[in-house]
Write a protein that binds this ligand. Sequence first.
Ligand code: PLP
Length: 378
Amino acid sequence: MTRRTYLDYNATAPLKPAVADAVRQALLIGGNPSSVHHWGRAARQVLEEARRHVAVAVNAKPSQVIFTSGGTEANALALHGVSAARILASAIEHPSIVSERCPVERLPVTADGVLALDGLDRVLNESRSDRPAMIAVMLANNETGVVQPMADVVHLARAAGALVHCDAVQGFGKMAIDFSALGVDTLSLSAHKIGAPSGVGALVVRDGLALNAQQMGGGQELRRRAGTENVAGIAGFGAAAALVGADLGRAPLWAEWRDWLEARITAIAPDVRIFGKGVARLPNTSCFATPNVRGETQVMALDLSGIGVSSGAACSSGKVERSRVLDAMGVSPSESACAIRVSMGWNTKADDIDHFVEAWDALWQRTRLSSRQAQVAA
Ligand code: PLP
């Protein structure tokens, strides 16, 4: 039987068993949390307990947590619910923030994938208006794991009277998050990145921020997000949020394994380029390019060996697209086409990394052999 090793936690984390139990129990309640009877009250209790767990996990108040259908909706609610005069966002934000169709001013990043702070104050102070500007910067990047300088961003934004939105979807469960210490106005979270079901997330909103609901309907979530709540999914989110502390306890191990993996592959193929290696990164993520071996080829060959990783960003259409993140870092299209991302999580074991390195080594040796044979034949 093929041994299976999942190393694509930044795309989604496998469901945790305790979370599956919480979801199942909540599904069996059957009430609408807005109803006043026994079943409604039971559903409401589950919802509010989950809200407490999510709030505690990021050091926020339960009243600051708005449940959404995921990170994408949380980002949209922050960007469009606050009527900012202009929106500035780092060029490496998730497509739910920066896309071709969204009128967002893009801020450059360095070759290491860190938001370039030089000149940010000048850009923020351009075109003053009676409404504040909003700047959106993610806590950590989904492809490279590079952690962004949030404290500096908040400092510069405050000086310019701008609001700050932080997409913390990838940081959650991989680095400590303190909403009140971060000082941002809004912060997005997604349940499926921490071992809960997909289709659930939250926007954490600072007290006093005016936020317009983006959907017409009922007065759920203190009138900030209409629609009957996904009680079972939220119960799972709460259960997973309560386990985030345990994940963070494993983070030093992930960093050790990531460094070992990177040392091994660069010993095998010294021309491998690891993105963001010299700067602060999430402990679980490694993104690297292997010269002349396309990312899709690596993903497919590794899949045949039972290993799940991704090339560039996990694309919802299933197509492989050029990575916008690596583009923004100035990586050439030919090098970016050879990049893959390995990401660990709550159920990763040390021998999963051995499995990866063995399979990757075999792939590399095969590729070298066939390119030598091609040279001889030419
Ligand atoms: N933001 C980031 C940084 C992400 O990586 C993702 C998902 O990959 C999202 C937002 C979207 O979250 P969701 O899948 O819950 O809509």
